[in-house]
Design a protein around this ligand. Sequence first.
Ligand code: GRF
Length: 222
Amino acid sequence: MVKKRVAVLISGRGSNMEALVAAAASDLYPAQIVVVIANRPDAPGLARAAAAGVPTGVIDHQGFGMDREAFERALEADLESRGVELICLAGFMRLLSPWLVDRWQGRMLNIHPALLPAFKGLNTHARALAAGVKIHGATVHFVVAETDSGPILAQAGLAVNAHDTAQTLAARVRRLEHRIYPLALKLLAEGRVRINDGRCVIAGLNEVEDVLISPGPGGWST
Ligand code: GRF
């Protein structure tokens, strides 16, 4: 099997990156993580990636001052030099300019800790609690120029408990993230995802994949 070459971009802890790396360790997985790149030299995920034997890179945005484009050109050059075919943003806290997003259109995924299109942006768990929603979750979507707005590839939901705090909710949602992100990347790497009029159409879903993408009435126990 020819595996797709994937870069994971992080800014922090990197637990989603670890989930992707773990999934990609299987011979049967259709993608390999060829590099983990952080925009912060102190991102804890870098050490985790190195411990898992994955090459790492740092492109420190602060080294470019206010020049966003120079940072992005350096990032793009790095990705190209490694023959990267797909990008997974995993807690990457830099907005990317339209030229870069356009270049990777249909080939760059992000994971967001809410059921989009609800709760775009930051502090999603506290906002979900404040809004009193009864179902919350996470979304894997394609990256487009507008933040947290691209075609939705996979979602996972859970019931909000009366005693949930932003912290407990974050931890429970994160466990779902670690399941749907590897699945979403697998579907993309297998060439089974088509974008039609801003919506993802997925070819040949099997029962397990289907339940993971759109959890049934009972949701998942987390
Ligand atoms: C996750 O909650 C993800 O949804 C959001 O940033 C967080 C990253 O966590 N985009 P981690 O670094 O993967 O642990």
